[in-house]
Design a protein around this ligand. Structure first.
Ligand code: SPQ
Length: 427
């Protein structure tokens, strides 16, 4: 149990850790390329460490000197059958994307994860992978982990319309398509984060993206690269919200990734009237410096195609909305129910226990603004984003204590979260 505290001000400048999605993919592409890849500013959170260990188990040499990660890539044909079951920890990205990688490998693997991952549906990847020729089985009719998979050296290309807006499903199918015999066509439901597509180009491959339609040829080879990972906007989001709602706050975040498939939260802050400036934009690295300060905010409506551009930020956006004038409505976000927890229910329960007025709906939340928050006992249920959202909510609480059970879940994506909080609260 961790006791969380409030602050009277929040001031200073931070560089948040590397982007989790890009860090995972840098290990994957580095392993699947030929030759040496280096990765600078990688996130050393538990999820990314799971991906690293899995590729080591598949026979890839990955060295980390604490500064630079160096991967000696083996190509798609150089992976080895693992001696052990592959442990995906808490990471949906690892199990789903690696399923796509292993779809083209002629050996049997077992993949498992923690309690939370064992409740997340894998049928969204197993259904199309079976169509390509993979043998795979999981638990219940949703193919929950553990999964047993035997890939195929003769994968069929696929023409597939995604039934859900998911970068993980899209990426798994791209990895499988890269090993198939011919051209695959993948059509997205909504545009989702495109780091996999970007990295194919960065590693010397080819992919044709036309709106929501992606065409990709099998049999490509990649060459090792030097990757620099920008800061994670999903981690920066906690400080952006803190900087807007804590009294006497001004927070600057340097080197934040601003790939446009991830910046929905910046659009929401603007729509709510938050004081925010964006400077030092680096078009090549797709990063920028973002400064926010205490603001008078208005409620807003969030739905439609913006949802995949801020899906992981919705828990902290819900907190932001509790402090705005008027009501905020979030729709079209039913995917929140199949994250590390059911993030519609768990966010509503946690903030309501602290005095908020949030009505969970089938696909989102209705959040009344200007609700004072008070102390409560909150459980992360193993969800890092619930832990960080609660710690930011606690910054506003002077009435009673906020106690957080299973706070260690935060290490999944942001191990230095509490030391960064110290920096800003003593700023
Ligand atoms: O890896 P995991 O556990 O699925 O992580 C989460 C998160 O909050 O960090 C979701 F729970 O982010 C996903 C994100 O929601 C990371 C991701 C990616 O890197 O491709 C894509 C999104 O998931 P999905 O299911 O929409 O594809």
């Amino acid at each position: 149990m961790k006791l969380l505290t409030n602050v009277s001000q929040l001031q200073g400048t931070l560089r948040v850790p590397g982007d989790k999605s890009i860090s995972h993919r840098s290990i994957m592409f580095g392993s699947l390329a030929k030759g040496k890849t280096t990765v600078r500013d990688i996130l050393r959170g538990e999820d990314v460490l799971s991906t690293m260990q899995v590729f080591r188990d598949l026979g890839v040499d990955i060295q980390d000197d604490g500064d630079l990660v160096t991967i000696t890539g083996v190509g798609f044909d150089g992976l080895k059958a693992p001696q052990n079951k592959l442990d995906m920890g808490n990471s949906g990205t690892s199990i789903r994307l690696i399923s796509g990688v292993l779809a083209g490998q002629d050996f049997t693997v077992e993949m498992f994860g923690d309690d939370s991952l064992s409740k997340r549906p894998m049928d969204r990847v197993t259904i199309p992978l079976r169509q390509m020729g993979v043998e795979v089985s999981g638990q219940t009719d949703r193919d929950l982990p553990p999964l047993t998979m035997h890939g195929s050296k003769n994968l069929k290309p696929i023409h597939y319309q995604l039934p859900v807006a998911s970068a993980q499903v899209k990426s798994a199918l791209i990895f499988a398509a890269l090993q198939a015999d011919g051209e695959s066509v993948i059509i997205e439901k909504e545009k989702t984060r495109n780091h996999t597509e970007d990295m194919i180009v960065q590693f010397g491959g080819a992919i044709d993206v036309n709106g929501k339609e992606i065409r990709i040829k099998g049999g490509q080879e990649f060459t090792g690269q030097d990757v620099v990972v920008p800061g994670d906007i999903s981690s920066a989001a906690f400080w952006l919200v803190a900087g807007l709602i804590v009294p006497n706050a001004k927070v600057t975040l340097e080197n934040v990734g601003i790939n446009e498939t991830r910046t929905g939260i910046l659009d929401v802050i603007e729509a709510m009237g938050g004081k925010m400036t964006i400077s030092d934009v680096d078009e090549v690295a797709k990063s920028a410096t973002i400064t926010v300060e205490t603001s008078e905010l208005s409620g807003t409506e969030i739905g439609g195609e913006i949802i995949p551009r801020l899906i992981d930020e919705l828990p902290i956006i819900a907190l932001l909305a509790t402090q705005a004038n008027g009501t905020t409505v979030i729709r079209d976000a039913e995917e929140l129910k199949v994250k590390e927890t059911d993030r519609i229910q768990v966010v509503a329960d946690a903030l309501n226990a602290m005095g908020a007025d949030i009505t969970p709906t089938d696909d989102g939340m209705i959040i009344k603004g200007k609700t004072p928050l008070h102390g409560a006992k909150i459980n992360t249920f193993g969800d890092h984003r619930i832990g960080m959202m609660t710690a930011i909510a606690a910054l506003l609480v002077s009435d009673g204590d906020v106690e957080l059970e299973r706070a260690e879940a935060i290490n999944t994506s942001y191990p230095s979260f509490f030391s960064d909080l110290e920096v800003l609260s003593h700023g």
